[in-house]
Design a protein around this ligand. Sequence first.
Ligand code: FE
Length: 347
Amino acid sequence: MSGTSSTKSPLRRVFLAALSSAVLASGAASAQGVVNVYTTREPGLAAPLFEAFTKATGITVNSVFVKDGLAERVKAEGAASPADLLMTVDVGNLLDVVDAGVTQPVQTPTLTAAVPANLRDPAGNWYSLSLRARLVYADKDQKLSSFTYEELADPKWKGKICIRSGQHPYNVGLTAAYLVHHGEAKTEAWLRGVKANLARKATGGDREGARDILGGICDLAVGNSYYVALMRIGKGGPDQQKWGEGINVLLPVFEGGGTHVNVTGAAVAKNAPNKDNAVKLLEFAVSPAMQAIYAQANFEYPVLAGAAVDPAIAALGPLKVDPISLVEIAKARKKASELIDRVGFDS
Ligand code: FE
């Protein structure tokens, strides 16, 4: 979902396959042992974290890329599952692995100190590792220094707002947060207001919002934080660089709250054969140095307060994370999706 891509050469695959079978055959994975990570994230994104972990501890990280169906796969493997740590994006996917019964609660002073209470499972089944914020991109002619999500429904923006499908998980999450803050009646009214303000059909991706601001179609667009950095550093090519440089970026807040975020995170697997190493890796991932490196890989915010932020993200301004619980937001997603349909947001 991030737009970054990695390509592995066939040679590298063969090398890695040979390496892992050699390791298995010799039974000498490492004197310190191994940790098996199942991840839905693009393999390159966590590689720097894993390499540093092995260097620091001697523990070998075997990472398995699971594109779809993480919960189903671990469930099907049952008690024989080799998975120790499950890593994924979006709080909905983290709750899915908990609901599938394939995680176990872990509480350590290091983890609970590093990860704010609203960004982890109260029982310790999962922890956020990095954050992405849902922001407002604005035409540079709009002299705005602050903004609230509530204002997206202000009739002054009639015909001026671009946004992707209301049913995209990013917008369902934002609407779910709105529900937690304001309740059903106000959320429905807000959705109708935003819908009435659309400059075009709710479609495309977040980056197209920036494109359409530059193209004069809209004055405001809703988009994730990391896309701004990806566009501005030219990761998507020269056109996207122009889109990224052509916008101002606002960190909106809920009235009386903060900025809506989603997360990447990790959970220790229920049948983890190397549980101690999984916990060690989790704790390593929330250390200050690793937080900076892990978050930087996809231009996200570290979950650990005070950890270094990539300059392209820091340039957007300070993030004040909405204090409501991600678990509450995740629970409200179904209702949010129903309301988005009820107002015909995407039609
Ligand atoms: Fe994305």
